[in-house]
Structures are given as structure tokens and as C-alpha cells.
Design a protein around this ligand. Structure first.
Ligand code: FAD
Length: 433
């Protein structure tokens, strides 16, 4: 019997752990563990539910689990959602995806030790990223890449997606007393902060794959994609793909996304190049994953060898004004409201608010802003979020400390009629001139 342990990688397509679990097994247990570490409430947190995960991301996760269960059922299996620690079960083979985050590395080291003691066959596949980060680091002389350019110079071959997964999955068979629970509701997990204008982005592999196809259908758009061009205030139809939450949870394979973009390029006469192209956006993701994996204390200022030591302010008044959209700058407040309501905002809106909190205006610790993003974003991703906060606060990677976004004129360029601001801050409606 094989245990397939889903953590990220909530999909059937391009899933090497699923293939390994099915290979030669009479029974496969596809398991997702509701980890108390992520779900633990914090009474001092600004809103109910888990201190680590906001309502939009948890909703996205629950939808992704429901979709995974439906997809597994269509192939003769089902998702086993359990509380607690599955390492005590009697299994012969354990399959899961390699995860570079410190919490996961620590957990998986224990799991590997346990599997070795018990003689359990282990399959740990690299499938969350396009490249194997160990190979990238080896190619970079054993060090973290510090610039995007040096990262791109030292690329290894991209791994290809492996298809849609087996057409039928061995049944779970006898559960040997394992207590399986249904996918919980938000209320059952302690969330009560429901609001109108909830995130429009629904979770799951099915929606992720459809969104990928829709995004790539306009091949001209793909070939002309150029960031930072694009309107950060477009919200009815965002200017970028909004595939980040699907990549974060692995509902969509980054390798599939990458190979599909390359296919579009192969049919085109010309297309944009890194660092601004759509392909490059995925390379930025790989860059931050690799840098984060190879840097000690990547999520901290102190003890992080790549991070400038800056005497930031520890001012909770300023921090909460920023977090709650009360700075008095409509563009900053509207963007932070979009973050709270939708769990997503455009890359340049993230730039603007992160710059405002740190070197641009408030001079508050970047780690504090990172924590707010980490709780509220549906795509919150340890490596990418920390990497971008280091960048935006000019603490690492980018050192042009005085290149600041104006909290007034920057958004005016795009949002001439104030549609974005009026949508997310309706209180402004009557005052718009
Ligand atoms: P698209 O432009 O369509 O790009 C496609 C994919 O490329 C994205 O889904 C994402 O996976 C990747 N990508 C794009 N831009 C970046 C980038 N700068 N760095 C790394 N990968 C990138 N992105 C996250 O996924 N999770 C985070 O927690 C996160 N935190 C951020 C914090 C700050 C302060 C800033 C400035 C940016 C952050 N980003 C984060 C990066 C970026 O803003 C989002 O990935 C992007 O806006 C997601 O929208 P999209 O899927 O439409 O992107």
C-alpha cells in the first residue's frame, strides 16, 4: 500500500508523486493533513481564524481540496482528509513533493528519518518548480544567485510536464481505522469575518487549468506581455494572468505553464524577452525560490547575509494604518482594501504599498509588511513574498533606495476616472473631483 501525501501540488496533472504512488500498488491512500501549525488561532490577531492564514486563502484551499476530491473520484479514488500525524500508519511506500520552505524541510527531514527506520520506500519528487533548485545552486557554484541576470546565465534544462496522470487510480481499500473527515467549512475553522466583495478567484485544479487556457488563448497578448507595463488598477479584467494562487497551491503545474508559454512563442515571429516577458515572470518565481532555498534566514533581516541592516521603525500605529487602509492616500488605501477583500492585487500595487510602508514613507520594518501580506494574500508564498519584500525595501537584490513610487501621481497615470479607488474605497465616491 502506498501513501500519497498532498501538501502543495493539489493536482492530478503533472504529478510525479501520484505516478510513483500508483506504480505497482494495490491500494493508494491520497491524503491531505489539516496541519494544526497553519490553522492555530491567535487571540491577538486582527481578525478571527488562523493567525497565519486569512479567510480568502483558506477558502481557496478548501475549494482546491473539494476539487481534488472530485478529480480523484472521477478516477476511482478519493481524498482522505485527516487531522494529526499520518506517519504512524503501516505503509510500504510514501510519496510526496519536494518543498524548499524551512518548515517543510524540517518536517520532511523527520519524515525521511522515520521512513528509513521503518523500511518504508520513499519517493520525493521535484515538481513545484520548473528547475531542480539543487542543480541550479550547484551550477551557481554552490551559492544563492543574487541577481536575476546571473540566475538566467546559469540555468539548467527545464523539466518537462509528465501529462495528465493515470486514467485510473488504485482504490484506497480498508482504511485500518484512520479517521477521515469531510472538507471543513470556514465557520468550522473559526472564520467569522465574512464580507461582501469576497475574492472572485475560485480554488482548484479545474479552474486553474481553465484559467491557464484562457490566459494563453490570446497569443498576441502572450507574445507582447511586458511587465512593468500594464495597468495595476485594472480590476474587472486584471492586466496579468492571476495564476499565482494556482501556482502557490500547485493546483496548476509551473512546468505546464512554462512549456505552454514556450509553445506559444514557437509559433510566433517575435515575442518579448526576460526580464519583462511572461516566460520571465515564471523565471522570477524560480529565481526567488532558488535564492530563498540557498540563503540562511532568508525571511529575516538579522542573520540574513544578503540583507542590508537598516534601522527601521517599530511603529504599530503606522503599521495598522497601512494594513487597515487608513493612511489617507486613496491609492494606497484602495490597494490595501483590495488585498483584504480579494486576497490579490497587481504586482505594481504590491510595489507601491510595500515601498510606502518601508523606504518610501513610513520607514516600518519590511518583515512586518511581509507578515500582513503572508496572512492576506491567496498566493502568499514564503520564497516569493520574502524575496519581493527584500527587493522593495531595498534590503537585497535592488539597491536604488531613492527610486520611490509617488502615492499620488503613480496611480493617477492609470486610474484617471478613479474607478479603482471608488470601487475599493466607496467612501471616496462623493468626493471625487
Ligand atoms: P503574472 O504577471 O501573470 O505572472 C505569472 C506568474 O509568474 C505569477 O503567477 C507568479 O507565479 C510569477 N511571478 C510574477 N511576478 C513575480 C515576481 N515578481 N516574483 C516572483 N514570481 C513572480 N507573488 C506570489 O506568488 N506570492 C507572494 O507571496 C508574492 N508576494 C509579493 C510581495 C511583494 C511586496 C511584491 C512586490 C510582489 C509579490 N509577488 C508575490 C510577486 C507578484 O506580484 C505576483 O506573483 C503577481 O502579481 C501575481 O499575479 P499574476 O499571477 O497575475 O502574475
Amino acid at each position: 500500500m502506498a501513501l500519497l501525501w498532498f501538501r502543495k501540488g493539489l493536482r492530478l496533472h503533472d504529478n510525479p508523486s501520484l505516478e510513483a504512488a500508483c506504480h505497482g500498488s494495490r491500494n493508494v491512500y491520497p491524503v491531505f493533513v489539516l496541519d494544526p501549525w497553519f490553522l492555530a488561532p491567535d487571540p491577538s490577531a486582527p481578525s478571527p481564524g488562523s493567525a497565519r492564514v486569512g479567510i480568502n486563502r483558506i477558502q481557496f484551499l478548501l475549494e482546491s481540496l473539494q476539487d481534488l476530491d472530485r478529480n480523484l473520484s472521477s478516477r476511482g479514488s478519493k481524498l482522505l482528509l485527516v487531522h494529526g500525524n499520518p506517519i504512524q500508519w503501516r505503509i510500504r511506500k510514501l510519496c510526496f513533493e519536494f518543498d524548499t520552505e524551512p518548515y517543510a524541510l524540517d518536517r520532511d527531514a523527520k519524515i525521511k528519518e522515520h521512513a528509513k527506520d521503518k523500511g518504508i520506500e520513499l519517493h520525493c519528487s521535484v515538481s513545484h518548480t520548473i528547475f531542480n533548485p539543487d542543480l541550479l545552486i550547484a551550477k551557481n557554484g554552490g551559492k544563492a544567485p543574487l541577481t536575476f541576470q546571473s540566475f538566467c546565465k546559469n540555468l539548467v534544462p527545464a523539466t518537462k510536464p509528465i501529462g495528465n496522470g493515470p486514467s485510473s487510480i488504485p482504490p484506497t481499500g480498508d482504511l485500518h481505522g484512520i479517521k477521515v473527515v469531510p472538507v471543513p467549512t470556514l465557520e468550522e475553522l473559526g472564520y467569522t469575518d465574512f464580507h461582501e466583495d469576497f475574492s472572485p478567484f475560485r480554488g482548484g485544479e479545474t479552474v486553474g487549468l481553465t484559467r491557464l487556457e484562457d490566459s494563453l488563448a490570446n497569443e498576441k497578448w502572450v507574445c507582447e506581455f511586458e511587465k512593468p507595463k500594464g495597468d495595476p488598477t485594472a480590476f474587472i479584467k486584471p492586466a496579468t494572468t492571476v495564476l499565482s494562487p494556482y501556482l502557490k497551491f500547485g493546483c496548476l503545474s509551473s512546468r505546464l505553464f512554462y512549456s505552454r508559454v514556450k509553445e506559444v512563442y514557437s509559433r510566433a515571429k517575435s515575442f518579448t524577452s526576460p526580464p519583462v516577458s511572461l516566460e520571465a515572470q515564471l523565471l522570477w518565481r524560480e529565481f526567488f525560490y532558488t535564492a530563498a532555498y540557498a540563503t540562511a534566514n532568508f525571511d529575516k533581516m538579522v542573520g540574513n547575509p544578503t540583507c542590508k541592516q537598516i534601522p527601521w521603525k517599530d511603529d504599530d500605529e503606522l503599521l495598522s494604518a497601512w494594513r487597515d487602509g487608513r493612511t489617507g492616500y486613496p491609492w494606497i488605501d484602495a490597494a490595501m482594501t483590495q488585498l483584504r477583500k480579494w486576497g490579490w492585487m497587481h504586482h505594481l500595487a504590491r510595489h507601491a504599498v510595500a515601498c510606502f510602508l518601508t523606504r518610501g514613507d513610513m520607514f516600518v520594518y519590511w518583515e512586518k509588511g511581509r507578515d500582513v501580506f503572508d496572512r492576506l494574500l491567496i498566493d502568499a508564498d514564503w520564497s516569493i513574498n520574502n524575496g519581493n519584500w527584500l527587493w522593495l525595501s531595498a534590503s537585497a537584490f535592488f539597491n536604488q533606495y531613492h527610486r520611490i513610487y509617488s502615492p499620488i501621481t503613480f496611480a493617477k497615470k492609470y486610474d484617471r476616472q478613479g474607478n479603482y479607488i471608488k470601487h475599493f474605497l466607496p467612501v471616496i465616491k462623493g468626493k471625487w473631483k
